[in-house]
Ligand binder design. Sequence first.
Ligand SMILES: *[C@@H]1O[C@H](CO)[C@@H](O)[C@H](O)[C@H]1NC(C)=O
Ligand SMILES: *[C@@H]1O[C@H](CO)[C@@H](O)[C@H](O)[C@H]1NC(C)=O
Ligand SMILES: *[C@@H]1O[C@H](CO)[C@@H](O)[C@H](O)[C@H]1NC(C)=O
Ligand SMILES: *[C@@H]1O[C@H](CO)[C@@H](O)[C@H](O)[C@H]1NC(C)=O
Ligand SMILES: *[C@@H]1O[C@H](CO)[C@@H](O)[C@H](O)[C@H]1NC(C)=O
Ligand SMILES: *[C@@H]1O[C@H](CO)[C@@H](O)[C@H](O)[C@H]1NC(C)=O
Ligand SMILES: *[C@@H]1O[C@H](CO)[C@@H](O)[C@H](O)[C@H]1NC(C)=O
Ligand SMILES: *[C@@H]1O[C@H](CO)[C@@H](O)[C@H](O)[C@H]1NC(C)=O
Ligand SMILES: *[C@@H]1O[C@H](CO)[C@@H](O)[C@H](O)[C@H]1NC(C)=O
Ligand SMILES: *[C@@H]1O[C@H](CO)[C@@H](O)[C@H](O)[C@H]1NC(C)=O
Ligand SMILES: *[C@@H]1O[C@H](CO)[C@@H](O)[C@H](O)[C@H]1NC(C)=O
Ligand SMILES: *[C@@H]1O[C@H](CO)[C@@H](O)[C@H](O)[C@H]1NC(C)=O
Length: 831
Amino acid sequence: MAFSSLVKALAIFIAINGVCGGAQPSPDVQRRISAAIEAAANATAIDYTAFVNPFIGTDNFGDVCPGASVPFGMVKFTTDMTGYAPAGYVADNTQFVRGLSPLHDSGTGSSLGTYGNFEIMPLICPGGFDTCLPNLSGRERLRKNNTDDASPGYFSLTLNNSIQMEATSTRRAGLERFTFPKGNTPFFTLDLANDLPASFKGGSLVIDPDAGRITIGGFWGSSFGPGLFKYQAFACYDLLNYGAQSLNQFGVWTSDPNGVVARGLGETRLNLSVSLIGGVIESGALFSFAGRPTQVTIRVGVSFISEEQACANAEYEIGAATFKEILTRSKALWNERLSRIEIDVPHTPPNVTELLYSSYILLIFRIYIHQNNATGEAQGDFAGTTSFYFDSLYCRWAFRTFYPLMALHSPEVFAQIVDSYIDGYRKRGWMPECRANNLPGWTQGDSSGDVIVGHFAVNYHNEAEALGIDLEELYAAQVADAEINPPEWNIQGRQSNVYNHYGYIPYDALDTSSTGRTTREGSRTLEYAFEDFAIRQVALLLNKTEDEAKYANRSLNYRNVWDPNVTSDGFHGFMQKRFPNGTFAVVDPIDCSPKDPHGDTRQCSLQSGNTVGFYESSSWEYSWFAPHDTAYLVTLMGGSTTFIKRLNHFFDAGYYLAGNEPSFQTPMGYHYANVPSSSVDAVRKVVFTNFDITPAGLPGNDDQAAMATLLSWHLLGLYPVPGTSELLVLSPMVPKYIVHNPYLNVSTTVTVEGFDMRSVNVTIPRGVAAYVQSVRIDNITQASRCHFDFYDTFHVGAEIVITVTSDRKAANDCSASVPQSISTGGFATLR
Ligand SMILES: *[C@@H]1O[C@H](CO)[C@@H](O)[C@H](O)[C@H]1NC(C)=O
Ligand SMILES: *[C@@H]1O[C@H](CO)[C@@H](O)[C@H](O)[C@H]1NC(C)=O
Ligand SMILES: *[C@@H]1O[C@H](CO)[C@@H](O)[C@H](O)[C@H]1NC(C)=O
Ligand SMILES: *[C@@H]1O[C@H](CO)[C@@H](O)[C@H](O)[C@H]1NC(C)=O
Ligand SMILES: *[C@@H]1O[C@H](CO)[C@@H](O)[C@H](O)[C@H]1NC(C)=O
Ligand SMILES: *[C@@H]1O[C@H](CO)[C@@H](O)[C@H](O)[C@H]1NC(C)=O
Ligand SMILES: *[C@@H]1O[C@H](CO)[C@@H](O)[C@H](O)[C@H]1NC(C)=O
Ligand SMILES: *[C@@H]1O[C@H](CO)[C@@H](O)[C@H](O)[C@H]1NC(C)=O
Ligand SMILES: *[C@@H]1O[C@H](CO)[C@@H](O)[C@H](O)[C@H]1NC(C)=O
Ligand SMILES: *[C@@H]1O[C@H](CO)[C@@H](O)[C@H](O)[C@H]1NC(C)=O
Ligand SMILES: *[C@@H]1O[C@H](CO)[C@@H](O)[C@H](O)[C@H]1NC(C)=O
Ligand SMILES: *[C@@H]1O[C@H](CO)[C@@H](O)[C@H](O)[C@H]1NC(C)=O
């Protein structure tokens, strides 16, 4: 998902009007990071969490959640704000805080977000219980400027009445700590119904005053999927801090839209259904603590299964541990993850380290706050599954960069996620595409899971069995996607009957056996063709000769939507959607690009009015998409010279949209035209015109770390071809890094010989070395300086030396070979 044109328009409005306040987060966050980097220069043991600024991407619709979490945690504690805040938190200090809550997703776009249920809000009610304003508009409050703080495993926000809210977490639980100004009775409301998109569909709340426990359970609507789908969630709040605190008053409340708040002192139950007239009934618990304590600690457990499970999760994961102990454990988990890609701090100037760590380590961090490890918490079709279960997968067209990065260092995690995908096939017949809230969401590329599991199979087939993956079953799951038409391809699988019949998805085709919104015909054809390539790779791996030929052939279906007769800006031939009779249904290739003259009103996403044929992208952009066969695109576009001119024009004319996945591989197109210096220049421009280390530092919504992993690859100076073991070589923006792969027990060092800090800039100044002169692996100079293989490097542990030169021209060819393409004999064998 990317942001809709509505949101884009809003962004422009806000940028022009400067509404976004610069007063959050606290300036101490950056100061602390700078100090930590300086100190790390001579340190023996590095605390990587100290370099992370979780607030990057919390402004400008990056939609990133800075919440307290552990890697892949289900819980991400942050505050929920008014306004457009799909991840709960936004840096914009003109927005009001409604409470602190445990469940959030990070980096989702085009929607009001999801979760934010079980919000707790501290209140000061000088007149006592009956004067508290627990309803949404009654309790919302501004923050104190320059006070928001966060680091891996920790979140803090201070309200403008000086109440500080802090949180730290485990996978399914956490501790909240509230500090009140002296002399007040701490009151709290715990919300039953509210969530970010106001999607409550019924639930209940029970206060057990003796145990000091409140349990909540209910149903809410899915975030990016059919409105009729609902998920269940549960929470368990333990209020007594193991006997250190005691309750004073307690009760429940409801509120109607006219602002009448009804309170019931001493009442212990609420059981509400979905309101058929007029939306959500605001409601919750209201309670206070005895003895005017200045600090209150509350333990929270969550579950997708039951209230009992939520309480058990808190007891199991937290028990009587203190806030400090949980935070220490959380930081240790983060350090274990963050240290898998290590930068040589002592040999890097501090200012450079800061630049790199602030973006790079942060991005690695980002990877792990996406996807909830909901193993043991699955519901619906997956209830009781013995497989790993990951949720908040959203739309996995992040297959482009996310999983290949994981493949470098964390095959054991990758295998768990692959298992979860295959389990989707077992339980529902097709692998998941946009699963979130434990529910299927709308498909985008339709079956990107084929590429994800294919990438795993190709890169870890030797280890697959030990990692619990049966490659034959993995292949069966891919084939099901490719061959079995789901009744409703909007939510899973592909429109395979029609695609397999025509060799493309026709515009306006009669489909008598399945349902789905007939849009995206061009982009779906291109994505399906690439997914077919990933299936072909596994068929090749498993010696399924006939299938290998069949899917290799289908992977060329991208050619079926190539209309040689369309011209735009003097360039001929574009991907276009096509009628069943073969005639093209031509649209202007710039439609739905950033230069679309009707950009504000054009429907480019899942709307029925998307007649452009491409999903959140233009024909100009998608015409570059055949990552397994770019050599043939060069031919289709009229040869290298025209291809290069066209690529230059694409960037110069502003058709490139950094903020969304279809654009990801375009800068590397130059490699295939044998002008790799141009790729190096293009990537520098992409990075430094779209990313920085401020809260507004992402070009679009992070899309579950798609952006973060794209940037990581760019900084590391490599780029993956999904579904293969090939890695393209670019120019790293760090002098040296080490990738540790604890599962394989190998480490790979990448050193940039001739590295010049001045090259880390939007344009590489003349005379500054940055272009790849040669690549040595274990001291053997490679024939090509444009690509190498995972099996020769990161799989075995290698010393890679990339020598850079300032002689752009001399470096501007690949030497022996350009990266592979299937139509020129590439990808003929697997490693
Ligand atoms: C907080 O900062 C904003 C500007 O970002 C300013 O308008 C407002 O007055 C400040 N609030 C306080 C209490 O200083
Ligand atoms: C690190 O050590 C070097 C050499 O001993 C010294 O010059 C430098 O000031 C130290 N840096 C820090 C941040 O302590
Ligand atoms: C705090 O914010 C509220 C709105 O939430 C506002 O009414 C109040 O004046 C603010 N107080 C201070 C001290 O800024
Ligand atoms: C919340 O309560 C306050 C005070 O009763 C009232 O003014 C306000 O309208 C209420 N808001 C809603 C949304 O009910
Ligand atoms: C709430 O009410 C529904 C029926 O309206 C009932 O099925 C359910 O058990 C009740 N839940 C609780 C916790 O009382
Ligand atoms: C880092 O500091 C050095 C020395 O002060 C300076 O030459 C260089 O330009 C700086 N680099 C960046 C990226 O700020
Ligand atoms: C997910 O949770 C399960 C159950 O606790 C655990 O075995 C697994 O290692 C976790 N995976 C990740 C990647 O955190
Ligand atoms: C496929 O064939 C190759 C070469 O004959 C062999 O080495 C490999 O083990 C076979 N793989 C499978 C999965 O049968
Ligand atoms: C392209 O135009 C030529 C000449 O008008 C025509 O013969 C050909 O059929 C067209 N090709 C397609 C794919 O429409
Ligand atoms: C193909 O179908 C389209 C849409 O119905 C129509 O406009 C076009 O004329 C047809 N082409 C031919 C060659 O019949
Ligand atoms: C980047 O290059 C510009 C000139 O193009 C220069 O002004 C700026 O200082 C450079 N930045 C760094 C960090 O070297
Ligand atoms: C690498 O090769 C060069 C030239 O062949 C040689 O001089 C050097 O000693 C070798 N280095 C290592 C670490 O083997």
